[in-house]
Design a binder for this molecule. Sequence first.
Ligand code: TYM
Length: 343
Amino acid sequence: MTDQPPASYSGPQRVLSGVQSSGALHLGNYLGALVKFTRLQHEIDTFIFVADLHAITVWQDPAQLANQTREIAAAYLAAGLDPKIATIFPQSAVPAHAELGWIFQCVARLGWLDRMTQFKEKSGKHKERSSVGLYTYPVLQAADILLYKGTQVPVGDDQKQHLELTRDIAAKFNHDFDAPGFFPLPEGLTEGPGARIMSLRDGSAKMSKSDPSDNSRINLTDDADAIAQKIRKAKTDPEPLPETLEDLKLRPEADNLVGIYGALAGLTKADVLAEFGGKGFGTFKPALADLAVAKLSPVSDAMRRYMADPAEIDAILAAGADKARAVAAPTLDEVKNIVGFWR
Ligand code: TYM
């Protein structure tokens, strides 16, 4: 009997994720991504990078970009990522991301990218003036994940479509090049209480760094006064909090604040309603503000401490990049072989 390659992926499990270095982080990034990274590092080999190649799909000031990258790394560390356990690195320090990204551009189909809703949102009315990179961005994201044969990808709910594309690219590569089981079909870890944090000004819009209103989001760098004030000003309705989840669903702003409380406290929305159902926002908002300050202040304090020592961050990023390059190299070598490049 000949040795047949496995039809499905049978390699080790690996967590892979990243955040763009395109501006300050907010509560949505923290609850949707950073908190999950920190938990998973104790369970599975974890690679977390700063997506600076993705950041330049829209204009970034070259004088600021490296510092923005350090700031994301500082947030990772402040949230509890431990560089002795997890591999933390800047995407641009590992050229194999871009190389595999190109090969995947030749695997992905135009029709697949045409369906990506995030491009439509980000390019807005000026599609033809967007960078080509903004359009092909999800293909690079697939390369980020598959370069390390990532099997689990902790991200917020807004990244679901990009993960489906990653799976489509992996499956098509494995199929077209007759390499069954070469790439895993990664699973998105998009569930959880913080998966979709909404704007504090509009319960139907995602909390986002591109929202022109700073009151729409809690930034990880906000101080206690700013956090409390933004929660006080958060849009709500005049009714007291409902008693049931069904009623909560009909009130997007209340739903969002209850969700934030639950995610910060490690409670379900039902638990939060058991405590606050029937009470007015005059009671709930100060409790939420106290909780948010108690949970986020230590993170922003730690971020400031790390940012005060950029040399330490740089040493962590450089060591992470060495490790990432060493893991990426054999995969890219195999891919080049599979594709048939001269070597
Ligand atoms: P980015 O930088 O926009 O966001 C970073 C992470 O934060 C999550 N997130 C949210 N979660 C809950 N509620 C919100 N309002 C909210 N806003 C953002 C995002 O889902 C994400 O997990 N394309 C990615 C970066 C990336 C990546 C990758 C991620 C590049 N390559 C490979 C995973 C694997 C992005 O733009 O995330």
